[in-house]
Design a protein around this ligand. Sequence first.
Ligand code: PMP
Length: 364
Amino acid sequence: IALANRGIQGLQPYQPGKPIEELERELGLRNVVKLASNENPLGPPASALRAYRNAAEDLHLYPDAGGFELKACLSAGLAVSPAQITLGNGSNDILDLLARVFLDEHSSAVFSQYGFIVYPIATQAVGATAKVVPAKDWGHDLPAMAAAVDESTRLVFIANPNNPTGTCLGEEALRQFMAAVPERVVVVLDEAYAEYVGDDAYPDGVALLSDYPNLVVTRTFSKAFGLAGLRVGYAVSHPQIADLLNRVRAPFNVSVPAMAAAVAAYTDMAYLARSREVNEAGMAQFTKGLAELGLAFIPSAGNFITVQMPGAALPYYQALLHKGVIVRPIGVYGMPDHLRISIGLAEDNARCLTALKHVLAEGV
Ligand code: PMP
């Protein structure tokens, strides 16, 4: 351990939820419902599955390292130049590239308390200092974050909507923030859940890029496009930032079938519409059901909802697990009394609400 660089020595690894099969074996249960990793409950788009299978013919070949086809598709959809796009092995890969490009032991990154857990990991891994700014109403306190930027700051991470709290920022607040931050600081707007946001006032980060050359928008195919297992994400930025990211990007970081499936999913408007519809209906089911159970929750713009339990959340998590419902305890975010629940299909949401009702009645 002493051989690792100092940032990495003190690092805790990202803790993913366990796969369903493993938990079913451990618990001796079947038909376990997993609402823990903000995955798309519809399964992958059929269009993407077909493209994935066709692409398997080319598995003996390296992927197109420039990602020409996927970049062309994204560039048409987003009305940006392909030179502004960086492809990643999931958007986590992009967050990591950003940290490697802009941070070092002498610099700092600013992000919010309750911000996505990969920000502190990526920051610490390169030995940089994390400046964690207290949250406001569970969301980003942008004026306080702007005030936290100092000479050492090279990066700011903002998740909009934020995971795990589901909070969302409006355009005016973001513009004021960008105006308050010096242009030498790169601001990362992580829009992993952008496609789910129903509010018309939600700012499209990509549309802001022309006003702010120091803005980087990251998005993913893992959520609304239903391809979390394939690992495809991307950044949209000024071409010079894309050029820097490209210098450290591992060659061939996105696989042949992943790129093919992503192209198909991106143009499958029917699947995307269905993703949104199912999420909206599931969110309504949860907000109503949780209110009936007397549980407070943080209003969420994503595909998950974070619920305040009557006390420490871990025993409730365990009790739900024994009823065959997996949700996410978020003590690692400093929220030990909350559980994050991903929005699933109606019957899975109903099972979760019923299980919650029982564990509340039985006590933990
Ligand atoms: N950003 C946020 C806010 C997320 O919640 C996630 C997924 N948990 C990601 C980025 C990364 O997703 P992926 O690497 O699958 O694109």
